[in-house]
Each structure stands twice: as C-alpha cells, then as structure tokens.
Design a binder for this molecule. Structure first.
Ligand SMILES: C[S@@+](CC[C@H](N)C(=O)[O-])C[C@H]1O[C@@H](n2cnc3c(N)ncnc32)[C@H](O)[C@@H]1O
Length: 355
C-alpha cells in the first residue's frame, strides 16, 4: 500500500515566508506561551475596545519594554492586532488562551518536550529517546511516568487523557454490542476506560495490563469507584514477548497504546492479542492515524506528536499511517471486521477478528 500526501503550489514568496516561520518557531512559541502565561492575552481579551502597552504593563506589573516586545511578536503571530496603539485579541489569540485542545498541546510541548527536543537529531541517529535524559536515566517514558516532576506528569496525563476522554463515551456501545463478559484493557494506564466499562455494564469483568507504577494509580481509582470485584490488574512489561496475555478474553482492548511501540513490537503484541481472545473474540484498536484526519490541524499535530515518541517516549514508535497498521494486522492473522472513523477528536476504531 503506497502513501500519497502533500502538494507544492505556493508562490516563492509564500514559501520563503513559511520557511522563516519554521526558522523562528521555537522563539515564537515561547512568545505565545509568555503572552498566555503572563496574563497579557487575558487582559486584552477582557478589554473589548483595546488596551495600550502602557496600561497592560501597569495592570500586570510588567515593564513596558517586556510587554512591547511580546506584543510585537504577537502581531506577527496574528494573536493580536493593533489600531491607534490599542491592542485587541484575534481569533488565533483566543484559541491560544481559551481552547482546551490548544492549551493541552502547548503545555505538553513546553513541559514534556521542549528541552529534550534540542537533541532530536541524536534520537534519530541513536534510535533512542535522548530527550528523556532531561528527566533522568530512563529507557522509556512509561517507566519514568510515575516519577516525573509533578508539572511534567500533569501535562503528560492531560495530553493523554484529553484525547481518550472525548473518545471513550462514543466507543462504549461498540464495545458492548456483543455483550462481552471478559475484557483485557492492554495499556490501561490509570483505569479510566475500565472504570467507564464497569459503570456502563454491571456484569463485565476487566483486567488491566500495564506497568506496576501505572497500576498503583489504577488500583486507587478502582477502589474509589468501588469496582475491586470486577476490575483487576496484571502487572507486566508488555515488551517481554515471551509472556502471554491472560487467556479467554471476549475483547482485547488497546487504546492509544500501539502507537507506543515499533512496528516489530506491534506485530508481537497483535499476535499475543490474537492468542488471548477466544474463537469468537475481537481485538479492538483505537488509534489516531495521520491519514484519517478531517482537519489539517489534526494531521499536523499527529506528525509533531510522532517526534515526541522519537525523542521522549522510546525512540522507535510514532503516530502511524493506517496502512502501517492494516499491514501488521494482516501479518498477525487478524481481519478488520468494522472500521469506525471520526471518533472523539480524531480517532479510528478498528474491530478485528481472527482470520
Ligand atoms: C499512551 S498510554 C494510553 C493509555 C490509555 N489506554 C488511554 O487510551 O488513555 C499507553 C499506556 O501503555 C503503557 N505501556 C507502555 N509501554 C508499556 C510496557 N512496556 N509494558 C506495559 N505497559 C506499557 C503505559 O504505561 C501507558 O499506560
């Protein structure tokens, strides 16, 4: 299966301007973040008729110089506009300030990725997440997760949960359409999906497979929701492909999970999933594929997120093209029975059965 994407229809002037946007991107990103975090955007948004640099500086106890350089960058970023020395917020500025998706993505970029990304070239050469060294001597971000600084952890989880929180409620009717009694939630993290399943169906039993650090948090959440009888954990390093999953599942569920692995490891994980389901069982895969997006903004975000996997997560995984996954499913002896697109922000659900 081949890939086709992209066009080259810009004028030279447009192309050169876009090249400068790339050349200065890290500086301009910091300017946008400062405009947000210092309260400048909020103040401008609340002054419908506009506000001067001097008044902003006075109200926020900042220097006129500081406000001026940030706002002038904000003009080029098209986050603000100025008329007769009075600054007003634009639509882009509003999204930077008020849109939850943009906030989650910016915080993830700043807190989890920014410092590490300086070494992206090395990640590519070494095949290792060299940026993760900013946080200590870890092999993958998943082992590090429970030990990351609070702010970094908060931004990582906010990013992860934002996307799945939108998707899960839409998914549940598909998960329960054949009345499963046993589900394996592989890479179930803090138990969000399992708890939603247990609330949705009063009989289903779920086992979460994940690393011990994540399971500790999941156990607390399970207990708080009173589901200890129906949700349990199975502590496992899923990269040890000699370890089978627990058997006889009606559904193996993997959400935002396979993108955490190289294609080689995905094939092993799919084989192990196939062995874990009973003959009428199904493997459910919820992922964001960069070719399946309705909006350019989503594809752009997914291409950027791939580099988080390269530099911070593990050095070998990515947000995949759907062709990559379909080829691996076929190799693993699985057949796609149903495809549900446009779930949540940008997800695709693949429901697969044994060939
Ligand atoms: C991106 S999170 C997805 C969480 C959840 N399924 C969701 O949709 O929000 C990936 C999960 O896979 C787990 N994981 C990654 N590598 C693992 C490994 N080698 N062994 C066990 N779990 C692993 C992580 O701990 C994390 O909980």
């Amino acid at each position: 299966m081949s890939v086709t994407y992209g066009k080259d229809t810009k004028t030279a002037i447009q192309a050169k301007f876009d090249a400068q946007k790339i050349a200065f991107a890290p500086i301009m990103f910091q300017a946008a973040l400062s405009l947000r975090n210092l309260g400048i955007l909020e103040l401008i948004k609340n002054r419908r008729k506009g506000i001067s640099i001097e008044d902003i500086a006075k109200e926020l106890n900042l220097s006129v110089y500081g406000v001026k350089v940030l706002l002038e960058a904000g003009l080029s970023l098209e986050m603000v506009m100025v008329e007769d020395d009075l600054y007003k917020i634009t639509k882009t500025g509003w999204y930077i300030l008020c849109d939850e998706l943009t906030r989650v993505n910016m915080d993830f970029t700043q807190d989890v990725n920014y410092l590490g990304m300086f070494t992206l070239e090395n990640s590519i050469k070494e095949g290792k997440p060299t940026g993760l060294r900013e946080f200590g001597n870890w092999t993958t971000v998943y082992e590090a997760l429970a030990h990351l600084p609070e702010k970094v952890k908060k931004s990582w989880f906010a990013f992860d949960h934002f996307y799945s929180d939108y998707a899960f409620p839409e998914i549940l009717p598909y998960v329960f359409e054949n009345n499963p009694s046993k589900i394996l939630d592989v890479g179930g993290n803090t138990g969000k999906f399992s708890i939603q399943c247990a609330k949705y169906n009063t009989d289903v039993k779920i086992t979460i497979l994940d690393l011990p650090g994540q399971l500790d948090v999941a156990y607390k959440n399970i207990a708080e929701n009173g589901f200890e009888e129906r949700i349990d954990g199975f502590s496992i390093n899923l990269l040890d492909h000699s370890k089978p999953f627990p058997k006889n599942a009606d559904i193996v569920w993997m959400s935002q999970f396979l993108d955490c692995f190289s294609q080689q490891d995905i094939l092993h994980l799919l084989n192990r999933s196939c062995n874990a389901i009973n003959n009428n069982g199904r493997v459910y895969i919820l992922e964001t594929y960069w070719d399946n997006q309705k909006f350019e903004a989503s594809t752009y975000s997914l291409h950027a997120t791939s580099l988080y996997f390269t530099n911070i997560a593990n050095g070998c995984s990515q947000m995949y093209h759907s062709n990559d996954m379909l080829t691996l499913l076929d190799k693993a002896g699985l057949e796609v029975e149903k495809v549900v697109n446009n779930i949540g922000v940008s997800h695709t659900l693949l429901i697969c059965k044994k060939k």
